[in-house]
Ligand binder design. Sequence first.
Ligand SMILES: *[C@@H]1O[C@H](CO)[C@@H](O)[C@H](O)[C@H]1NC(C)=O
Length: 331
Amino acid sequence: MVNLHLKLFLLCSLLVLASGHSSRNLPVISFDEGYSQLFGDDNLMLLEDGKSVHISLDQRTGSGFVSQDLYLHGFFSASIKLPADYTAGVVVAFYMSNGDIYEKTHDEIDFEFLGNIRGKNWRVQTNVYGNGSTNFGREERYDLWFDPSEDYHHYSILWTENQIIFYVDNVPIREIKKTEAMGRAFPSKPMTLYATIWDGSDWATNGGRYRVSYKYAPYVARFSDFVLHGCSVDPVEQFSKCDNAPKSRSIPTGITQEQRAKMQQFRKKHMQYSYCYDRTRYRAPPSECTIDLNEAKRLQGFDPVTFGGTRRHHSKRHHHNKLTLNRFTAI
Ligand SMILES: *[C@@H]1O[C@H](CO)[C@@H](O)[C@H](O)[C@H]1NC(C)=O
């Protein structure tokens, strides 16, 4: 009996070891099981394993793909390796939206990767819109603790009725808890998943100062390890096929205490912009914001005018910044 337990234990340990990087045993699907090409002709290339896809940007076109199903809530993830070297103006986005169904009242949850000049790392932006709230940006921007063009890393979105959590390699980097005041500004209608690469020359790097250089094209973004673990919804009748969705214990449902400490560490060290602290845009932090003194201090160090509540000397310039930020929504 003891022996059997020991054997089982060893077997389980081996299985855990064997699964390596995706040690959480996420229910990974092939590209064809969950996604279809959206645009870009042969700038989308499916690899032989069926589980990875390359999307590229060259002088002719960008490219992208879209999930076959609409989802109401769930956990959505992909491993992504971004193009290296000079990537100014290049934008890679992994996001949820229902903009093609609800033109004026769409919802959106975004990961946006903003390329940079050589020697400077990619920046990551997250954002959320609900019921067409595009004049109310909820952007945050961060640098990462690794070079995202060197290897694949997991980027994930957990979306429930009451909260949205963004993860990088299983570390939560941002949590949005729905408040009453947010109302429909919290995404509430079924959305599809998108992944795209495109030319964001006009605004992506220092507000358009550095443009895409096609000398270095094609820019290739690699995607793998797809997880679409949600309630899929019939687009016409809008009934949910949720009960059929396979349950997986490796899907997170919220932030553990240990993870919360990691999230605070990340934000204290890597956050470069948050609307919650931007007094030039919102006089008081919007209701869903939790103000953290460490985060505030770091941002004030970058830009005391925007984040400090210091007297404004350059209101014109900030007005311009605001417009630039709003353009981040134009996917
Ligand atoms: C959503 O937005 C539309 C258009 O702006 C507005 O008419 C409607 O009242 C909003 N819905 C809710 C529930 O807030």
